[in-house]
Design a protein around this ligand. Structure first.
Ligand SMILES: Cc1cc2nc3c(=O)[nH]c(=O)nc-3n(C[C@H](O)[C@H](O)[C@H](O)COP(=O)(O)OP(=O)(O)OC[C@H]3O[C@@H](n4cnc5c(N)ncnc54)[C@H](O)[C@@H]3O)c2cc1C
Ligand SMILES: NC(=O)c1ccc[n+]([C@@H]2O[C@H](COP(=O)([O-])OP(=O)(O)OC[C@H]3O[C@@H](n4cnc5c(N)ncnc54)[C@H](O)[C@@H]3O)[C@@H](O)[C@H]2O)c1
Length: 443
């Protein structure tokens, strides 16, 4: 039996994903004594099993690479799922990396089952929880024993399935459906709701469904899966979709179980409740010395959200605290065409226009393999302030970014309409919607 060891440090971070890693690195850089506990990959999901390999497969599919070549590029981009470089970098930055599974997380103390054997108790003035999220397995009869994938498996697989059925219609489902179709699988996507990307305006899902259909994906919306039968997925309509792999892309849930968190620290969805300084809060207010960052907070599952929260925690612990602001978190989906949404995209006055810039299209069409598809919808409040935007089109993740800043800065459409955008850039696609909204609010 191993005797537990104790260590008093300034900060212990649990989970080394996008948020936790940044907190650890920056606080160690500022001279704090930091311990980082990780049970899986040091660096978390994004570089090894999520963002990076997903984007790599999408780009390879677009470049019409073979599966073998795309797999090699993906594995290279994901460092062959070898986290030793990330761990060495953290150690070099002065962070003590502890490989093991945290079993109790409480203010001032984290207990860890070490991978090397034994148990360690780390005491710290501040504890930061960044344990991320895990994919949700839908309660579908017959699923046990079926050849299923989570996104992690889809992004590290050695073999290309001949027939892939994708269950879900969110960012994971649409990105992986397009990637696998482009790389040669026969792909059917089953979304139980009426349109893809159910949190965005229905036309966004419609444009994406058209693009996926043009790629050869069989898109089924509004026909929920009811059970897995022998080698196939049966839908409510009675259709049975045969598959070699069934990709479960039906959402993710925060990892908060087993740490001993009291119920009042958790939201209904099981995320850690946090305030604007990313302090964990219970019914009696902020819990002294306990912070949370990333997917575990349930704020929005993006690397940039985790990073924003990490910066907020670091600033707070270094005595220059500033509230996190979630009013303009970009929601990008890296399909072709790309989707970029921000702020409120329903319930406000809006104007929508197709992305049709003849001059711009003439210049770039030569290098593009498909017709330009897309549209922009801008949402304003009663005072004419931009509160949200939905953009679909080539490189929308880049040219939409100005709208995220505009939402955050609460700019009004008049100023945005007067703003000069470079010709010929896709950002000019914003003008028609601004023109209409400006015209409506002009004296
Ligand atoms: C397929 C896919 C594609 C995505 N693409 C994008 C994208 O393009 N852009 C984007 O912004 N976001 C994307 N995301 C979302 C993004 O990956 C997450 O929002 C981000 O990784 C969250 O970071 P995090 O800090 O919450 O930590 P995570 O990356 O979730 O890491 C949490 C870490 O905590 C560790 N951990 C958990 N429990 C314990 C424990 N008990 N003890 C020790 N360690 C523990 C885990 O092992 C893990 O390494 C994508 C997600 C998926 C699934
Ligand atoms: N480009 C990016 O930044 C990117 C890419 C991938 C994932 N992510 C993040 O990861 C998070 C998780 O993504 P996700 O797509 O897994 O989840 P999600 O919650 O966004 O979408 C899940 C979808 O599955 C559908 N669904 C649920 N149960 C179903 C069932 N039984 N049958 C058919 N459809 C069903 C839902 O209607 C929903 O549309 C996202 O919220 C996003 O923040 C980001």
């Amino acid at each position: 039996m191993t005797t537990p060891t104790r260590a008093a440090v300034d900060v212990v971070v649990v989970g080394s994903g996008s948020g936790g890693k940044m907190v650890a690195q920056q606080l160690a850089g500022a001279g704090r004594r930091v311990v980082l506990v990780e049970r899986g990959y040091v660096g978390g999901f994004c570089p090894f099993l999520a963002c990076v390999p997903a984007k790599s497969l999408l780009l390879s599919a677009r470049a019409e690479l073979s599966w073998v070549a795309a797999r090699a590029v993906r594995d290279e981009a994901a460092s062959h799922r070898d986290d030793s470089g990330a761990a060495a970098q953290l150690s070099g930055d002065g962070v003590e990396v502890v490989r093991g599974s945290a079993t109790r997380v409480a203010p001032g103390v984290v207990e860890v089952d070490l991978h090397s054997g034994g148990h360690r108790v780390v005491e710290a003035a501040h504890v930061v929880v960044g344990t991320g999220s895990a994919s949700v397995r839908p309660p579908l009869p017959g699923l046990d024993g079926a050849a299923t994938w989570t996104s992690e498996e889809a992004l590290s697989a050695a073999d290309l399935p001949d027939r892939l059925v994708v269950l879900g219609g969110g960012p994971v489902a649409v990105e992986l459906a397009q990637a696998y179709r482009g790389l040669g699988s026969e792909v059917t996507l089953v979304q139980r709701g009426p349109h893809l990307l159910s949190r965005e305006p229905s036309w966004v899902g419609g444009v994406l469904a058209d693009a996926l259909t043009a790629d050869g994906v069989d898109v089924r919306t509004g026909d929920p899966a009811v059970e897995v039968v022998d080698g196939g997925l049966r839908l409510e309509s009675g259709a049975v979709l045969g598959f070699d792999r069934l990709l479960l892309a039906t959402g993710r849930a925060p990892v908060t179980g087993g740490f001993g968190f009291p119920d009042d620290w958790l939201t209904e969805a099981g995320a850690l409740r946090t305030d604007a300084r990313c302090r964990v809060v219970g019914d009696d207010g902020p819990v002294e010395g306990l912070f949370a960052v990333g997917d575990v907070t349930g704020v929005s599952d993006y690397t940039h959200t985790a990073n924003h929260q990490a910066r907020t925690v670091v600033a707070e612990l270094l005595g220059r605290g500033r509230d996190a602001d979630y009013s303009a978190i970009p929601r990008a989906v890296y399909t072709d065409p790309t989707v970029f949404c921000v702020g409120a995209t329903s319930g406000a006055r809006s104007a929508r226009f197709e992305v049709r810039q003849v001059e711009r299209a003439d210049l770039v069409e030569l290098s593009r393999r498909r017709e330009v598809t897309g549209a922009v919808e801008l949402f304003v409040d009663d005072a004419g302030v931009l509160v949200g935007a939905a953009c679909v089109g080539p490189d929308a993740d880049s040219w939409g970014a100005e709208l995220a800043l505009a939402v955050r800065a609460r700019l009004d459409v008049d100023l945005l309409w007067h703003h000069v955008r470079a010709f010929p850039t896709w950002s000019e696609a914003i003008f028609p919607a601004l023109e209409e909204l400006h015209g409506a609010s002009a004296p």
